[in-house]
Design a protein around this ligand. Sequence first.
Ligand SMILES: [Zn+2]
Length: 108
Amino acid sequence: MSGILIPCHRCGRQVDSSLVREGRCLDCRVEVALADLRAEHRRLWRKRDRYRVRGAPTEAIGRQLARLEERMAARILDLVPDREAAAQQLERTLEQVRAERYEIGRSP
Ligand SMILES: [Zn+2]
């Protein structure tokens, strides 16, 4: 850690300069890198909800979601070499996709 704080160009937070690459903080880099996988996660989750409502089997979608979460984890590990920090990023990402899902559920 250099101890020098600089603003992230994407979210504007003051972050340690050693964690900034191309003007972006680690959180933002993870968000950008996982945007497509997160969209796919949302799509699958909604599909599974629809299947559940109809009483259709959802095991296959559950397996697809599990594989997707493994791909998310692998992509985060590419960006975040530190295992502990990578685990925290994955947890944060999964919390975000869950929160997004509930927002969709609340809208009429
Ligand atoms: Zn940022």
